[in-house]
Design a protein around this ligand. Structure first.
Ligand SMILES: [Zn+2]
Ligand SMILES: [Zn+2]
Length: 244
């Protein structure tokens, strides 16, 4: 969705779910305008990730600077961040966002992500925002790419490049949940390529995705971008798995 269309879409969502009337997550009445149109109870369900995280992949950490994954494996991306932990009610909301047609949640989720992106000054480091693509079959079934909607909201909040569909998903990969790290890597190998076999004409890319588990998906995207001329690839996801 391009800029003007996105504004119309957001305006439409504001009409449907005006901030300060009902919580967009639980539907409860909000007495006063509350941040992101989310009631205090729902807002408190988010475990936001800040300093308490791995300095490489951005996952929550109890102690230390790097998680065990990042001590053992080299990633193609330069740094990944997540807004919150994939946990409790947040899991249900993301599930409903992806699979139950609640695409309007891209609004509050994307705005929350954009604020965090500004906090860590990632917006100053990138020239381009690229959503992780869905395979065309899945896109047809679902009707929207949840990562693309997030990237659109984020780019609308950051004064810079618009989200660009630089990548395509060439293979319709099965869901990765329940697979081991090795199985995930095998499944995702070669799943992405550049659109139109093009060359990346931007140097520093911010990849946007919904969930970071072992990082296989953003890692494969980063590999394609770097193999084709990108300099730095950062990833920002809505949520990342705990204890994985
Ligand atoms: Zn609520
Ligand atoms: Zn890590």
């Amino acid at each position: 969705m391009n800029g003007p269309l996105m504004q119309v879409w957001e305006g439409f969502l504001d009409l449907l779910y005006p901030e300060g009337v009902n919580c967009c997550l639980c539907g409860d009445r909000i007495r006063r305008r509350h941040t992101y149109g989310i009631c205090p109870d729902c807002y408190d369900s988010f475990i936001f990730i800040r300093e308490n995280s791995c300095e490489m992949c951005g996952k929550l950490l109890d102690s230390g600077r790097l998680c065990s994954d990042c001590r053992s494996y080299v990633h193609y991306f330069d740094r990944a961040y997540s807004m919150c932990a994939y946990h409790g009610k947040v899991k249900e909301w993301i599930y409903s966002y992806k699979y139950a047609g609640r695409s309007y949640l891209a609004g509050p989720f994307g705005r929350m992500m954009a604020d965090r992106i500004k906090e860590v000054r990632l917006d100053k480091s990138v020239d381009c925002i690229v959503p992780v693509p869905l395979h065309r079959k899945k896109l047809r079934q679902r009707g929207y790419n949840q990562s693309r909607l997030l990237a659109d909201v984020i780019s609308g909040r950051l004064k810079g490049e618009k989200a660009r569909d630089v990548l395509i998903r060439e293979r319709n990969t099965p869901p990765l949940s329940g697979l081991t790290r090795f199985q995930r890597m095998e499944t995702m190998r070669g799943a992405f390529k550049l659109k139109n076999n093009g060359v990346v004409d931007v140097k520093n890319v911010l990849l946007i995705d919904d969930i970071y588990t072992t990082g296989t998906t953003v890692n494969q995207c980063a590999k394609v971008l770097k193999d084709n001329g990108a300099n730095c690839v950062y990833a920002f996801t809505l949520a990342s798995g705990m204890n994985i």
